[in-house]
Design a protein around this ligand. Structure first.
Ligand code: AMP
Length: 286
């Protein structure tokens, strides 16, 4: 597996792959990898000849007072996991390579960034859209895989790719969970044992909401109240938001008429955790 640090090296690698008639599948990450990340790599492998994974903790998507400095990092462990997943290339640029002196261009996706995480992290998605654009320009992939765990991020990237005519197939991957239901996340490392236990309320609430939809409840407010009751029963958590939105526009809906997503964000002492469930009006919940 090649480990590349500069845009120039990455371009040479990508051009070699393309000249040999092969395609690149790409998985961008911020490292401190877990099985959720690995599942994305397996999916990318199935859709392309060559797998490129990037690790970059992107400063522009963290707001003031957020956890950029303390974000968990373990390059050696990550390198082994990426190699074991069968990647051909690990792209590992540093902040200077991504944002050299004089850098001043940002990518802004408008409507779909306003609700949900955009409410409490107003500059987050501009940082995400910018870094993903830059990574796409460096890696030149034919397809890229993003987790549905970050549902809004997936919607933002799909919108951006469409709006900017990027010739890249964006593939959404299912949420990978711990055996007790908690969505895998690098930030789970921040949880102490009591908080780790308490954090199960997110997936418990989403399960209860899915069951209620299956039983015929279509009013968003009733579903939000149900989830709020379950999550607020955990004194270690503080709800940031619980909302039900259209899966494409991410605008709040009042009644489930088409597929919708319930998205939740909950603060624990050091971690802000997010999770979601897609709610289908007819048929199986996912
Ligand atoms: P991150 O390193 O947290 O920026 O995540 C990199 C990619 O992995 C994003 O596309 C995430 O949505 C995805 N991801 C993170 N956690 C999970 C999970 N539990 N299941 C599936 N995908 C995930």
């Amino acid at each position: 597996m090649d480990i590349l640090h500069s845009v120039a090296e990455m371009h040479r690698f990508a051009d070699r792959v393309h000249h040999s008639g092969r395609t690149i599948g790409f998985v961008p990450t911020m490292g401190f990898l877990h099985e959720g990340h690995v599942s994305l790599m397996h999916i990318a492998r199935q859709h392309a000849d060559v797998l490129v994974v990037s690790i970059f903790v992107n400063p522009t998507q963290f707001g003031p007072g957020e956890d950029f400095e303390s974000y968990p990092r373990d390059f050696e462990r990550d390198r082994r996991m990426v190699a074991a997943a069968g990647a051909d290339c690990l792209y590992y640029p540093d902040a200077n390579e991504m944002y050299p002196d004089g850098y001043q261009t940002m990518v802004c996706v408008r409507d779909v960034t306003r609700n949900l995480c955009g409410l409490s992290r107003p500059t987050h998605f501009e940082g995400v859209a910018t870094v993903v654009t830059k990574l796409f320009n460096a890696v030149k992939p034919q397809c890229a895989v993003f987790g549905q765990k970050d549902f809004q991020q997936l919607v933002v990237i799909k919108r951006m790719v469409k709006d900017l005519n990027m010739d890249i197939d964006i593939i959404g991957a299912p949420i990978v969970r711990e055996p007790d239901g908690i969505a895998m996340s690098s930030r789970n490392k921040y949880l102490g044992p009591a908080e780790r236990q308490a954090a199960r309320c997110l997936s418990r609430a989403l399960d209860a909401v899915r069951a209620r939809v299956q039983a015929g409840e279509h009013a968003a407010q009733a579903l939000i109240s149900l989830a709020t009751d379950i999550i607020s029963a955990e004194p270690l958590g503080r709800i940031d938001y619980i909302r039900v939105c259209d899966v494409e526009t991410l605008r709040d809906v009042e009644l489930l008429e088409n597929d919708a997503v319930m998205a939740v964000a909950v603060f624990f002492e050091k971690a802000r955790l997010i999770d979601n469930a897609v709610l289908h009006v007819n048929g199986q919940q996912s």
